[in-house]
Write a protein that binds this ligand. Structure first.
Ligand code: ATP
Ligand code: MG
Length: 379
């Protein structure tokens, strides 16, 4: 069943480990796409979480996108981590999407390894990417950004609604990345949009340069940077300015009981180390404290007040599609992923439907309601 032997061979893992993971449910089987596929919801040996294995005529392995370590104290992170030159790329704020072709069809999977019907339909309209995949049997790794998607909202002036910016090109099966130079020249050849490369610097100058770049990015409300070995032999490092950390907090504290505690903690710790590394004076520290405090308190107070007023607090996302059927397919898919949405307004705009999906954040609504009523909590 399920071609376990072939999969084991392709991954170089013993078959019993795969069978075990399927039984435990950490490898999931999905038949809502053709060909059907397996998803690794956890890492198994060297195989990353987010790996998808398509079970067509031929077995195709799309490895998970590797986790990127975060620098908390940039100067020492760079000193210990890199060897020679360091490439500074923009980190764009959206959701991670791998695009490749399976049995001649373009497929887009999100970070967890699931085929997202919305993202797949959107990217299929991109002729340059389609041509690239016809001519290159590779995996494009990139960020979907903009205001029209069901996952992450951040407006970019170069792609206000829906954009896809590539940051890696990898091999199917092995996950081997191309060097920065090779990747960028191939993307340029096909005129495919890519994340910005600010420069390739020596290890000695890169920290100062990065802080300069971050200052500008922060003024423009852009997320941050990823530092990479130009040959892509070492793991990359990510780093973000304060405004990014606090704007994440501002969003998460609208739904304080729906985000994991690590989410909040990590963002607050980042602020402490950054303040020390930037040698901030009392004035600057006060500014930072105000920024952090407001990003925690203001959204939380607003949510509590709204729940007290009997409102259901939702997280709203806009999508743009061509038919009601597409909306239904997406909502069914999200439901299967454990995300419950209510369909809000649907408006006709030329040939498109623009719909609002109101994502329910159940824990925050329930918990806040209960605390308001009972006045106590076991927290
Ligand atoms: P992680 O991806 O490290 O597991 P995470 O989901 O919290 O954690 P982020 O903190 O957003 O993700 O940072 C990593 C993500 O940044 C990548 O998975 C990718 O989607 C995104 N990203 C944006 N720009 C780049 C870039 N230039 N290079 C690599 N990744 C980038
Ligand atoms: Mg991100």
């Amino acid at each position: 069943m399920y071609k376990i032997k072939e999969i084991a061979e392709a991954l170089d893992i013993e078959p019993w480990r795969i069978r075990g993971a399927i039984e435990r449910g950490t490898i999931k089987f999905r038949d809502d796409f053709s060909p059907p596929y397996f998803v690794f919801t956890r890492a198994l040996g060297k195989i990353e979480a987010g790996t998808a294995i398509f079970l067509g005529e031929k077995i195709e392995v799309i490895r998970g996108f590797p986790k990127i370590k975060r620098a908390f104290f940039l100067s020492n992170a760079v000193k210990n981590h890199f060897e020679d030159k360091v490439a500074v790329e923009e980190k764009m704020n959206g959701y991670n999407v791998r695009v490749f072709s399976i049995e001649k069809k373009l497929v887009a999977i999100t970070r967890g390894g699931y085929v997202c019907p919305y993202t797949t339909n959107k990217i299929r309209k991109n002729k340059k990417i389609s041509r690239f995949l016809k001519e290159n049997n590779k995996v494009l790794c990139g960020e979907v950004v903009g205001l029209e998607n069901p996952y992450a909202i951040h407006c970019y002036e170069e792609a206000p609604k829906f954009g896809y910016f590539v940051f890696d090109i990898r091999e199917k099966g092995s996950n081997m990345p191309m060097s920065i130079k090779e990747k960028n020249s191939l993307l340029e050849e096909y005129v495919i949009e890519k994340v910005r490369l600010f420069g390739i610097y020596s290890k000695e100058e890169v920290v100062e340069k990065t802080f300069e770049i971050l200052k500008k990015l922060e003024e423009e409300n852009r997320e941050g940077v990823v530092l990479k070995d130009p040959e892509m032999k070492l793991e990359p490092l990510k780093y973000t300015p304060s405004k990014t950390n606090t704007s994440d907090l501002r969003h998460a504290f609208r739904f304080p009981f729906d985000f994991g505690r690590d989410f909040f903690f990590s963002r607050i710790i980042r602020e402490g180390f950054q303040a020390v590394e930037l040698e901030e004076d009392e004035e600057e520290l006060k500014e930072r404290a105000k920024r952090i405090g407001e990003s925690i308190l203001f959204p939380m107070v607003e949510t509590i007040r709204r729940v007290r007023n009997k409102e259901v607090v939702t997280d709203d996302y806009q999508i743009r599609v061509e038919s009601m059927e597409e909306i239904k397919t997406l909502m069914r898919y999200l439901q299967r992923q454990g995300v419950t949405c209510i369909l809000g307004d649907v408006m006709q705009e030329n040939k498109n439907l623009v719909a609002t999906l109101k994502r329910i954040r159940p824990n925050s609504n329930d918990k806040i309601k209960s605390i308001l009523e009972k006045g106590v909590t076991s927290e």
